[in-house]
Design a protein around this ligand. Structure first.
Ligand SMILES: C[S@@+](CC[C@H](N)C(=O)[O-])C[C@H]1O[C@@H](n2cnc3c(N)ncnc32)[C@H](O)[C@@H]1O
Length: 392
């Protein structure tokens, strides 16, 4: 079956999700703020869920129409062939409704009206008009968005957000989301044959995501998704095919001796954070590729050239931390200047970061992390003239 699919992602980082989908071989139909639409079949649903590192979830577009009154919403929803998507016993509900600049704005009313319209359509289509549906089968959560009266109804194939890879069992205060970390790494020219250091590694997210990319470990390989419980729309055989494909790719890389050629290091002053990072790396299957160690930013050094720092320094998220920030950023700036030909990328909500780092960034990008305004600063280093340790 040919589906119109949509992957919500971080606002401003759509290009990363678009690139991932293109690399998976899918045709992009539209890119809007915080969402990338593409076309694919049953296997695309499985492959997108298992492989996308930067998307929040994967939705099958079931309906798209304009509605300015509740009556219009009801009638347009009822006119959709829901029986093509939902079996008679489907346990469906509107899990989330968001509205922006639309005449209809109450998410609660969206939920009730859409639920009622679908129930009416399905009971008639399955020859039980006027009867209650059993709702005893697999779960089919729906997500609805209204933007300038244009309504989108999608079937959520993912369930738990895709940032939950399953490896972050241990956490610290203010961890960066896995999807955002992966997208930021993709925005840099870092590749697996280059040194990578996170001097404020916390629970290790940047390094674990980077190691998983290097080892070609699909982020969704160890988890399941709402649509794995569906029998009709996305048969189980497609999931098996997509999981096998991902496993084969990881196995193909695992024999290449990555741990000898990769240099990934994570430092933090907090023992608990390092404990979390080590355990998470273990769960992600990349502990052999990352070296974690207790180290204050004031002691950061590396003997080699052309490395990368990708990090998320403190920004005042802990009580009493704000006074320390000027000194922390000053130290980071000083240590960075000692690293010959290195590049540095950092995401922070701290407004005075550049001032204390001692140099304006070569590039600065505003990124919303949820409701929080953050900056992604790039300090560009040199490229090595000759790749000495290329794996390609
Ligand atoms: C915003 S958190 C990083 C979170 C991390 N990106 C993650 O995903 O878990 C900042 C980290 O900086 C560490 N830190 C604070 N001061 C430091 C210092 N002087 N030297 C090294 N690490 C420090 C904290 O312990 C904390 O784990």
């Amino acid at each position: 079956m040919r589906f119109e699919l949509m992957a919500p992602c971080h606002f401003g980082l759509e290009a990363c999700t678009k690139r991932e989908l293109t690399e998976l071989g899918y045709e992009i139909s539209e890119v809007q703020d915080g969402r990338v639409s593409f076309v694919g079949d049953e296997l695309a649903v499985c492959r997108a869920n298992i492989n996308l590192r930067t998307a929040e979830r994967v939705l099958i577009k079931a309906a798209g129409f304009t509605a300015r009154t509740w009556d219009e919403l009801f009638e347009a929803t009822k006119a959709i062939c829901w029986e093509e998507f939902l079996p008679y016993d489907a346990d469906f509900w509107v899990a989330k409704a968001t509205t922006v600049k639309s005449k209809l704005f109450s998410p609660r009313d969206f939920q009730t009206i859409i639920q009622k319209a679908i129930a009416m359509r399905l009971s008639k289509a399955y020859g039980h008009e006027g009867e209650r549906l059993p709702m005893t089968g697999a779960a089919y959560p729906l997500r609805v968005s209204a933007y300038k009266d244009s309504i989108f109804i999608g079937l959520d194939t993912s369930g738990e957000s895709l940032h939950k890879r399953g490896y972050r069992r241990y956490t610290v205060k203010a961890p960066i989301t896995e999807t955002l970390a992966a997208a930021l790494i993709m925005l840099t020219p870092w590749r697996r044959d280059r040194i990578l250091v996170d001097p404020f590694c916390g629970s290790g997210t940047f390094l674990i995501e980077a190691a998983m990319m290097a080892a070609d470990i699909a982020p969704g390989m160890e988890r399941d998704f709402t649509a794995t419980g569906w029998t009709d729309l996305v048969p189980r055989s497609y999931w098996m095919e997509a999981y096998d494909e991902a496993r084969d790719r990881a196995e193909a890389v695992s024999g290449k001796g990555l741990s000898e050629v990769m240099d990934l290091q994570g430092f933090d002053i907090d023992e608990e954070a390092l404990y979390a990072a080590r355990h998470n790396a273990e769960l992600a299957g990349v502990s052999e590729l990352i070296h974690f160690q207790k180290r204050d930013i004031r002691e950061l050094s590396h003997p080699k050239r052309y490395g990368f720092i990708i990090t998320n320094p403190p920004y005042g998220e802990r009580i009493g931390e704000t006074e320390e920030l000027p000194d922390i950023y000053r130290s980071l700036g000083e240590r960075y200047r000692e690293l010959k030909d290195w590049s540095m990328y950092l995401i922070t909500a701290y407004e005075d970061a550049q001032k204390h780092l001692g140099r304006a960034a070569d590039r600065n990008r505003k990124i919303y992390n949820g409701m929080m305004k953050t900056y992604f600063y790039s300090y560009l280093g040199k490229r090595p003239e000759k790749r000495e340790r290329s794996l390609q």
